[in-house]
Design a protein around this ligand. Structure first.
Ligand code: A3P
Length: 311
């Protein structure tokens, strides 16, 4: 049987946002490291009915959503001063399917039902789709997501002394659908359509709406994943405590998120602070020209046409 590397070497490829090629696997673009992880997970990952799978395209808000979901699920185990989110990046509290769980699920903490992935809906391991586990998906205005993505790459490459491509070049690739786990619109639509078909299984969230009234979405999220807040908890302010603990302002100033590193000692090591940039809606205005914004909006309108979804 061909190895994963051999299969990947036969896939369509092109230059991505770095010096390395990215490959088109099952309709989405990704680099070899992650495709290999996706292939392994597709082959061996077995989901449990109690699992809660946090899904997203990159740079749409999973750092925040993981924190909120982890805080909801662990609120009776830890108090405000002992929650692991205060001393760990949220990505270290929630295993990532195509990296941490690709080889085997045996390293999972049996008390933690959470896992996360960027894999598009149609490429998720079969057991996630077929089992009764819950999926929570977050998406974001593609203009902000693109800018966040680009600046994330710039910061990563700078930390490795590599030169990033120009914003205009990355923008052109993004518009063509060439971004990590992209085309972005296909990613969002896959989960959107599935959420309409299976509203009990998939909760579809938007970063902007969550920023508008986080407490409402924390309650909604807790109900959906089967960890609802009791009347007494609501009365004593448990929802607001989680909102505040997981706010950009709070998490970004924690020592671990200022000086810590994610996946230290691996080829994909990242400084935690790179995950916290501005956390604002509409920051694209500081980076995209009106013409670029109009182009992205028009692609979004065209791609989402008839779906009932607006971004
Ligand atoms: P910006 O780059 O626009 O600031 P990711 O997909 O890695 O989670 O990041 C997406 C965006 O979420 C980034 O946006 C990041 O700054 C922002 N973010 C990180 N933590 C957040 C939080 N606690 N609340 C709101 N936004 C957050």
């Amino acid at each position: 049987m061909a190895s994963f590397k051999e299969i990947i070497s036969t896939l369509p490829r092109r230059k991505g946002w770095t010096d390395y090629d990215i490959f088109l696997y099952q309709g989405f673009w990704c680099d070899t490291f992650f495709i290999e992880g996706v292939m392994r997970a597709q082959q061996s990952f077995r989901s449990q009915p109690s699992d809660i799978v946090i899904c997203s395209a990159p740079k749409t808000g999973p750092t925040w959503l993981k924190s909120l979901t982890f805080a909801i699920v662990t609120r009776s185990t830890f108090d405000d001063s002992t929650n692991p989110l205060l001393s760990n990046l949220s990505h270290d509290c929630v295993p990532f399917l195509e990296v941490d769980l690709a080889q085997s699920s045996s390293n999972r903490d049996p008390n933690n039902p959470l896992l996360a992935t960027h894999v598009p809906y149609s490429s998720l391991p079969r057991s996630i789709i077929d089992s009764s586990c819950k999926i929570v998906y977050i998406c974001r205005d593609p203009k902000d997501s693109f800018v966040s993505n680009y600046l994330f790459f710039v910061r990563i490459l700078a930390s490795k002394d590599m030169k990033p491509l120009a914003l205009e070049e990355a923008f052109e690739l993004y518009c063509q659908g060439v971004s990590s786990y992209g085309p972005y619109w296909d990613h969002v639509l896959g989960f959107w359509k599935a959420s309409l078909d299976r509203p009990d299984k998939i909760l579809f969230l938007k970063y902007e709406e969550m920023m508008e009234d986080t407490a409402v979405y924390v309650k909604k999220l807790a109900d959906f994943i089967g960890y609802p807040f009791s009347f007494e908890e609501i009365e004593k302010g448990s929802v607001e405590k989680i909102v505040n603990m997981c706010s950009f302002e709070n998490l970004s100033k924690l020592e671990v998120n200022k000086s810590g590193k994610h996946r230290e000692g691996t080829p994909v090591v990242i400084e935690n602070k790179i995950y916290f940039r501005k956390g604002k809606v509409g920051d694209w205005e500081n980076y995209l020209t009106p013409k670029m914004a109009a182009r992205l909006d028009s692609i979004t309108l065209q791609k989402l046409n008839g779906s009932g979804l607006t971004l």
